[in-house]
Design a protein around this ligand. Structure first.
Ligand code: PLP
Length: 390
């Protein structure tokens, strides 16, 4: 029987109604809107990593396919950077260049998850990860976590344990975290480690904000814990730390048992990451340290300023503030959609907390790196007026 045209139920789950309505309203609105809902940067990247700095003369074959695993000089730059930054020697054989973090994690999901598998998703989380898991037919099991750390009586291990079932196969860990800007402390990491080992789970780490710690990281990366060597698969991107989101480039590494399947999945999904992006990424990794330091300092100041306006603690890392806005909701408002509408009327687009987890109906997410400091100041001024009006 032919089927009528329809979209997949999986795809339908992915839409966020409040958010699409807001974006449509923002488009229809006259006058500028500060786009503090997107996680991007206003900074142009390192000059030598820009598109205009690439030429076929300097890089013959620039427009050809790259090897599936990645351009050898980028692989070298990746292993060097990991060595210098963390003192860890990666075997380049088990590093796979990806077309950014979103694609990298999708490839990882398709290599390691089967339909019906469950993935523990400490929340709030980066909005796309839920869809990445769901697109595989797997189930993202949300566990309120990052916002609860430090809460009296909150036991991170018990919270995760309570959601484990015989179908649980993986745990997703994102520190520094989008959206909270939190860096997981050792106790929380220990809890995650114990759960992963007890239930023999894959540990899928997302290192998107590894370069954007505002104070030096107190802990080595979670994926590097010796007990996790056979189960941790780490995905990195150049989108955040190096401001290269438009190039779509990143990398994944993990144990040999996972990398074979991941490379096979990558072959069938995109074959290889874009070659010009790989050349630029290699340059950024080799020459970009000063650029990253400057970006980090600017972001830290922007994050602290945004936090001050909302009266919440400054973020420890990353590009976002995740703000509980319950006290600014009006009588009868059950979620933050009215509040988001008032922000938009004032010219600022924010993300509803529910994009980051079902429990966050009274939270909003703000990206403090999307616009330059003067524009951020203007946007924060407009938001202050909304807060004052209540
Ligand atoms: C936590 C996290 N992981 C992964 C990504 C994906 O980044 P990209 O696909 O640009 O590499 C993002 C982007 O916002 C993110 O916040």
């Amino acid at each position: 029987m032919p089927r009528p045209p329809h979209t997949s139920p999986t795809a339908r789950q992915l839409s966020d109604r409040i958010f699409s309505e807001l974006v449509a309203r923002a488009r229809a609105r006259e006058g500028p809107v500060f786009p503090l809902h997107v996680g991007d940067t206003w900074l142009e990247p390192l000059e030598s990593a820009r598109c205009e700095a690439l030429s076929t003369q300097a890089h013959p074959g620039l427009h050809q396919y790259a090897p599936v695993q990645g351009d050898p000089s980028l692989l070298q730059a990746i292993t060097n950077r990991v060595q210098v930054r963390y003192g860890i020697t990666l075997d380049p054989m088990y590093v796979q260049v990806m077309s950014g973090g979103t694609s990298g994690l999708s490839v990882v999901a398709s290599a390691l998850l089967d339909p019906g598998d469950e993935v523990l998703l400490p929340s709030p989380y980066w909005p796309l990860i839920r869809g990445i898991v769901a697109a595989r037919g797997a189930v993202a099991v949300q566990v309120p976590f990052y916002t609860r750390l430090g809460e009296p009586g909150f036991d991170p291990e018990a919270a995760l344990e309570a959601r484990v079932t015989p179908r649980t196969v993986a745990l997703y860990v994102n520190t520094p975290n989008n959206p909270t800007g939190r860096v997981l402390p050792r106790g929380a990491l220990d809890a995650l480690e114990r759960v992963a080992l007890r239930h023999d789970l894959w540990v899928l780490t997302d290192e998107a904000y590894e370069d954007l710690h505002f104070t030096p990281a107190a802990e080595p990366p979670f994926w590097a814990r010796p007990s996790l060597r056979e189960r941790a698969v780490a995905t990195h991107t150049l989108s955040k730390g190096y401001g290269l989101a438009g190039l779509r480039v990143g990398f994944t590494h993990g144990p040999p048992s996972a990398l074979g399947a991941i490379r096979a999945a990558q072959t069938f999904q995109t074959y290889c990451a874009s070659r010009p992006s790989q050349v630029a990424a290699g340059r950024a990794l080799r020459e970009g340290e000063a650029w990253v330091s400057r970006a980090r300092a600017l972001y830290q100041a922007a994050g602290a300023r945004a936090a001050e306006v909302f009266g919440v603690p400054a973020p420890e890392a990353g590009t976002f503030l995740f703000v509980p806005v319950g006290r600014w909701l009006r009588e009868g408002e059950g979620d933050c959609s009215g509040f988001l509408g008032r922000c938009l009327d004032a010219g600022v687009l924010l993300t509803p907390g529910t994009a980051c987890g079902e429990d966050f109906t009274e939270y909003v997410r703000l990206c403090f790196t999307a616009v330059p400091p003067e524009a951020l100041e203007e946007a924060l001024g407009a938001l202050s007026a909304v807060l004052r009006e209540g």
